[in-house]
Design a protein around this ligand. Structure first.
Ligand SMILES: NC(=O)c1ccc[n+]([C@@H]2O[C@H](COP(=O)([O-])OP(=O)(O)OC[C@H]3O[C@@H](n4cnc5c(N)ncnc54)[C@H](OP(=O)(O)O)[C@@H]3O)[C@@H](O)[C@H]2O)c1
Length: 283
């Protein structure tokens, strides 16, 4: 595994950063992607120092822009000759309705569509390696999600918007994407996970004051990002997951049942086709 190249979205903070550190300590070539170049470069240098591994690189990527996703995939393909594991880790939670540069509701656009497009663009590189894997960071929130195809561009308006519902929808979308990719690309081992409730700044970045306060008070009871990275690491590298694809794992690396929505094959297929249409790629 030592000569493998691993690409992690959202490797600049929280769980993604912890995942990148462990992989670098194991001697992998790690490429982190993030939307803030100054922060990305600084984190890259810190990770190199902490891991004593010079093979850590940074690529600018804003998942809220299809143009940026395309540029990041192009840059990755140009700079690196292989991709063994893609970890789609980046994510946001926002209490307020926000739209991506392409006009999609933020959670759906960043958490799902950006990763959907990125994975599609990097697929040729993945398929060029002997045992490719895709790891998608979802959440148990997906159990409460449903896909509202009529409200993916914030059509409901700011007053009727619920950040929790939009987040759950995006995490369900990631699971449906996981299952459909596993079904379509048998050579790519693709799984999704819940990392646990993890002490990061996730719940503070774009929450209203009530949720932010709630997150702040619960922080002492949350697990360390290094522990939150465990299932991502397991799905990215453990030999025992080689034969499992299209599944959902919890924070203790146990395979968990899918909810009724996530297990719906017709919904997975419909979302795939719609995601292709929305990102402008062929299905
Ligand atoms: N923490 C939890 O308890 C928990 C529970 C369940 C699931 N999760 C999931 O775990 C994943 C990681 O979350 P975390 O807790 O580590 O949160 P975090 O500390 O806020 O890290 C999120 C990462 O995503 C990046 N990101 C956000 N928007 C982006 C965009 N538009 N383009 C590119 N990168 C972007 C962030 O970049 P910046 O550094 O610029 O902010 C950061 O690197 C998320 O998918 C989240 O939904 C977390």
């Amino acid at each position: 595994m030592q000569d493998k190249t691993i690409f992690i979205t959202g490797g600049t903070d929280g769980i993604g950063r912890a995942t990148a550190l462990t992989l670098a300590q194991q001697g992998m070539r790690v490429v982190i992607a993030g939307r803030n170049t100054a922060k990305g470069m600084a984190v890259c240098q810190q990770l190199q120092k902490q891991s004593q591994n010079p093979e850590i690189h940074y690529i600018p990527l804003n998942l809220a822009s299809f143009t940026s996703v395309r540029e990041a995939a192009g840059r990755f393909s140009q700079d690196f000759n292989r991709l063994d594991v893609l970890i789609n880790n980046a994510g946001v939670f926002s209490s307020k309705l926000r739209l991506t540069k392409d006009g999609f509701e933020w959670h759906f656009g960043i958490n799902h569509l950006g990763h959907f497009l990125l994975t599609h663009l990097l697929k040729p590189l993945l398929l060029n390696t002997p045992a490719p894997r895709v790891v998608n960071v979802s959440s148990v929130a997906h159990y409460h999600g449903k896909i509202n195809f009529d409200n993916l561009r914030g059509e409901c308006g700011p007053a009727a918007f619920s950040g929790l519902e939009a987040y759950a929808q995006s995490k369900l979308a990631i699971l449906l994407f996981t299952r459909e990719l596993a079904r379509r690309e048998k050579r790519i081992v693709t799984n999704a996970l819940h990392p646990g409730v993890v002490r990061t700044r996730f719940g503070n970045k774009y929450s209203n004051w009530g949720l932010s306060l709630f997150w702040h008070f619960w922080k002492p009871f949350m697990c360390h990002p290094q522990r939150g990275a465990k299932t991502s690491l397991y799905l990215a590298t453990a030999p025992e997951t080689e034969g499992v694809s299209g599944a959902f794992f919890d924070e203790q690396q146990r395979q968990r049942d899918l909810g009724a929505m996530a297990g719906n094959d017709m919904l997975a297929c419909k979302l795939w086709k719609e995601s292709c249409r929305m990102t402008g790629i062929g299905s």
